[in-house]
Design a protein around this ligand. Structure first.
Ligand SMILES: *Cc1c(COP(=O)(O)O)cnc(C)c1O
Length: 430
């Protein structure tokens, strides 16, 4: 498999773009090899500029649940484009998207469109603080909520629960406003509510963690967070940027029967274009400018092309059999991988919720970030390379999910399992 064109492109890109990429994970730094440059994609397949073809399990990190270049989405975007790509003024199509979102999520009465998941979270946190009149926010270690200053806080050392900057350039004083506890640990959150009584504005969580690999919420975990927020007058923010419209049309909230005060959406909700959303209870959402005192704005918010892609995507997902099909295909992939791992004698843990799947190179169980970090990264890197060379495009990072889409076929899954068996036999054994 030649990667010469990608190698040349990467060298050229590095002269003009820091690290050669516009988002760090694309540099393939986590897998000790140069990145693949993409030429085009269709359905479940993606082609690099050397002409190599892959079965894609990244799906642009989640948005492409219909597969790439779905004809109805493309047509919808093209129709919008000829009428003008941006006006910076209100359009009727935005109302259509807002209606679709509020119909999908019982907890969302009003919604504002933004351009990225990062912005959705930033706005949700600002709203929660304004509503509660408090500053502190609780987040779970290993959950990702975009790259705003307050959310780039990691767990400090020892018993200290105040976050420490997870990036240079984040003021320590910002990170300290974020309290970091392990995922799936209700007692830790309970303790924080006692210790910082009357100071916690919000708890933010990925209802299914999917940015440290995939981790399902333990039984009752989300319900406990809901109850604690109710008891203490805090805002529950569910970051459904990955799970919204993926694990069910109404996201993890539909799947687990829970309601957020504020919900962050992104990825799928933009249908592969830059669109995201924050929505929730009316009394909180109405704090936003121009009605209320919480400032938020965006030149390209509700962009006509993005909204066209979003509306077309959500209409296709609203069809009944969609999530059953995703579950069937994903279940087959999971079962096949488990069988391969057992036959090959590979020590791995496979976590899956719906069309989100992770292979951790550790005996498991994997229920939080500490357990994720027991993964053998060396084995993952070798597994990744074998798979890539066999034409299977996985996320170039040990802590990212596989995204199954509606375009993945039986033969895609079979080809993936064959490659998976060989790769696990060669790299899965400790
Ligand atoms: C991707 C992601 C974000 C950030 O979204 P961007 O559009 O990349 O800014 C926030 N939260 C979660 C859970 C995500 O997966």
């Amino acid at each position: 498999m030649s990667m010469k064109a990608s190698q040349r492109a990467f060298e050229r890109a590095c002269r003009f773009i820091p690290g050669g990429v516009n988002s760090p994970v694309r540099a393939f730094g986590g897998v000790d090899r140069g990145p693949v440059f993409i030429e085009r994609a269709a359905g479940s397949h993606i082609w690099d500029i050397d002409g190599n073809e892959y079965i894609d399990y990244v799906g642009s990190w989640g948005p492409m649940i219909l597969g790439h270049a779905h004809p109805l989405v493309v047509e919808s975007v093209c129709r919008a484009a000829v009428k003008g790509t941006s006006f910076g003024a209100a359009t009727e199509a935005e109302i259509g998207l807002a209606e679709r979102i509020t119909n999908a999520f019982g907890s969302i009465r009003k919604v504002r469109l933004v351009s990225s998941g990062t912005e959705a979270v930033m706005t949700a946190v600002r709203l929660a603080r304004a509503y509660a009149g408090r500053d502190l926010v609780v987040k779970m270690a290993g959950c990702y909520h975009g790259h705003s200053d307050f959310m780039l806080a990691g767990a400090g050392s020892g018993a200290a629960e105040f976050g420490v900057p997870a990036s240079a350039g984040v003021p320590a004083g910002f990170a300290e406003k974020t309290l970091v506890v392990p995922y799936n640990d209700t007692e830790a959150v309970k303790y924080l509510f006692q210790r910082y009584s009357g100071q916690i504005a919000a708890v933010i969580v990925e209802p299914i963690a999917a940015n440290m690999g995939v981790i399902a919420p333990a039984d009752g975990y989300l319900q406990s967070l809901r109850q604690l927020c109710n008891d203490h007058g805090s805002v529950l923010i569910l970051d459904e940027v990955i799970t919204g419209f993926r694990v069910a049309y109404g996201g993890a909230q539909e799947l687990y029967g829970i309601e957020a005060d504020l919900t962050c959406l992104g990825k799928i909700v933009g249908g592969g274009l830059p669109c995201a959303a924050v929505g929730g209870r009316e009394e909180i959402m109405d704090l936003l400018a121009p009605l209320g005192p919480v400032y938020q704005a965006g030149t390209l918010s509700g962009n006509p092309l993005a909204v066209a892609a979003a509306n077309a995507t959500l209409d296709l997902l609203a069809e009944k059999e969609v999530y059953g099909q995703l579950e069937r295909v994903s279940g087959r992939l999971e079962a096949g991988l488990r069988k391969s791992a057992a036959t090959a004698g590979a020590e791995v843990t496979i976590n899956r919720v719906g069309s989100l799947l992770s292979i951790f190179f550790t005996a498991g169980p994997v229920r939080n970030f500490e357990e994720v970090r027991r993964s053998d990264i060396g084995r993952f890197k070798r597994f990744f390379s074998r798979m890539l060379e066999a034409g299977i495009y996985l996320a170039p990072s040990a802590y990212e999910a596989m995204f199954i889409c509606l375009a993945h076929t039986e033969s895609d899954i079979e080809q993936t399992l064959e490659a998976g068996y060989n790769a696990l036999r060669e790299t899965g054994i400790k």
